[in-house]
Ligand binder design. Structure first.
Ligand code: HEC
Length: 478
């Protein structure tokens, strides 16, 4: 039996020349003390394989046309055997890829693995990171439901405002000045052909570099990288304590990847695919753009940026992000690798992860989007069933004030809570604010009749929840 196998392998090697390189790859020596920290790269690869398999399966059923895309996703989810599971696998596979790309980037940064001679590993990795997110984003849009279309619309609106290149950028991505039926074909082509093709090429390059330089040995404090001697030291290290990748180190990768793929399966079975919401309807403005979880923080950030710098921020932030991530090997590709001797590196990671976490929280709470499904302020809170205050409350509900303002727990959080605004602002201040609007508040001048303005101002003036308390306090102190 073994003989037959040997013969077959010999034949394959003779005719293809591929057996030796494969064995060489699997058995190449790696530093002996490699640890669990090194398993993220293969976790990304396994998740990517899940994406390829489920993605190809989905593409056989998806109809990339503006009119039918939503229907086809619905059909896949509800009618196709295992269709919902396929979509869920594809979604959690994407989530897993992005999660581990992040973890892998943090690990290689903290281990100083981007230093000599592995600068290009880092640089190709940065492009892989952005490409992965771009594939996730274009994929989310293929659902072509109300949320997806609005996410594109909001993205396009943001991009349009970028100085100089905004218009061109939007034209290229949407094939028009607006979201239209052929925009979807663009996102489809990007998601299934263009981005994955570049991704696979870059992965090949990245993995080639990993094999070419060998994986970085776990850093030792006080043992800096010196380009003159590093390669000899590395060779020396491999000679002394090197082990073949398979099976000495690969078992950890194999085990972790298995857990990851099982985890993707478990999440897919438990949570199911992301909901497809209503079909896109351009006449509805009350949809919230809601990107998938890995971009929520970015949308929150865009919503929180102060208006005066917004346009420049939209243009510059992505550039700063890419340049910032490319910088490490240019700034310090020699010296200490251990995080214990690089306090600044640790601080940078903590600040970035902390900021993204905080923004993410903010994005989840969605303080920054008007709440279009807010229920009208009920009568017992209005406090009266007729007269100007009652009419004012109606204006407040009907004119959309409550999408952004909360009164006694009813309404949205985009603007300040107005529960006790009658105690804070005078009649004139209220009128001026409503007429002129403010930062992120529309000006209602010309959009509201004098009577409506008078009524809604009266209503807001009556928002004095502490008045009875004050009255009794004053009465008591007399
Ligand atoms: C799109 C969201 C949005 C809508 C709709 C909206 N507002 Fe505002 N409003 C805001 C924001 C944001 C602020 C804070 C503006 C600032 O500080 O410049 C604000 C501020 C105010 C203030 C000042 C509050 C304070 O504590 O200083 C008042 C009063 C107010 N709005 C009333 C109204 C009324 C009345 C309506 C409806 C006719 C309305 N708003 C509609 C977002 C909105």
């Amino acid at each position: 039996m073994a003989k037959v196998l040997d013969k077959a392998l010999d034949w394959l090697q003779d005719r293809t020349g591929l057996v030796q390189p494969f064995l060489h790859m699997m058995l190449h020596p790696v530093p002996g003390k490699s640890t669990w920290a090194y398993v993220f790269g293969t976790a990304i690869m396994s998740s990517f394989i899940v994406q390829l398999l489920t993605g190809v399966a989905l593409s056989t059923m998806y109809v990339p046309s503006g009119g039918e895309a939503w229907e086809s996703v619905k059909w896949i989810t509800e009618k196709v055997p295992f269709g919902a599971w396929l979509r869920a696998m594809h979604y959690f596979g994407a989530s897993s890829m992005i999660l581990f790309v992040g973890a892998h980037a943090i690990r290689t940064y903290l281990f100083g693995s981007f230093k000599f001679p592995r600068e290009l590993n880092w640089i190709s990795g940065v492009f892989l990171l952005f490409l992965t997110v771009a594939i996730g984003f274009t994929g989310q849009i293929l659902r072509w439901d109300q949320t997806a279309v609005w996410t594109v619309a909001v993205g396009a609106e943001q991009a349009l405002r970028a100085p100089f290149i905004g218009k061109t950028l939007v034209r290229v991505f949407l094939s028009g000045d607006n979201v239209n039926a052929s925009s979807l074909s663009h996102f489809f082509a990007l998601h299934v052909f263009i981005f994955p093709a570049i991704l696979i090429g870059l992965i090949a390059f990245h993995v080639w570099l990993v094999l070419h330089h060998g994986i970085s040995e776990p850093p030792t404090p006080g043992k800096p990288v010196n380009p003159e001697t590093y390669r000899d030291e590395y060779k020396e290290l491999l000679k002394k304590e090197g082990e073949p990748f398979w099976p000495n180190a690969a078992w950890r990768d194999a085990l972790f990847s298995t857990i990851v793929v099982l985890g993707i399966c478990a999440c897919a079975l438990h949570f199911g695919p992301p909901a497809i919401e209503n079909p896109p309807d351009p006449s509805l403005i009350n949809a919230e753009p809601k990107p998938d979880w890995y971009l929520t923080w970015y949308f929150a950030l865009l919503a929180l940026v102060p208006a005066p710098i917004e346009d420049w921020f939209i243009l510059l932030f992505p550039v700063i992000l890419v340049v910032g991530m490319l910088l490490p090997p240019f700034i310090s590709n020699t010296g200490e690798r251990s995080a214990r001797r690089r306090p600044w590196a640790v601080a940078i990671v903590v600040v970035i992860v902390g900021s993204i976490g905080a923004l993410w929280q903010e994005g989840i709470n969605e303080y920054w989007t008007p709440k279009f499904e807010a229920k009208p302020v009920p009568e017992q809170i209005v406090g009266t069933a007729s007269g100007p205050i009652f009419d004012g409350a109606k204006v407040f509900n009907d004119r959309g004030c409550l999408y952004c303002h909360m009164i006694s727990g009813h309404g949205g959080k985009r603007g300040p809570d107005l529960t006790d605004v009658g105690e804070r602002l005078t009649h004139d201040q209220l009128t001026i604010r409503i007429v002129n609007g403010g930062v992120n508040m529309p000006a209602y001048a010309g959009n509201i009749t004098p009577k409506e303005l008078a009524d809604v101002t009266k209503f807001l003036e009556s928002r004095k929840p502490h008045a009875p308390l004050l009255k009794s306090y004053n009465a008591g102190s007399k």
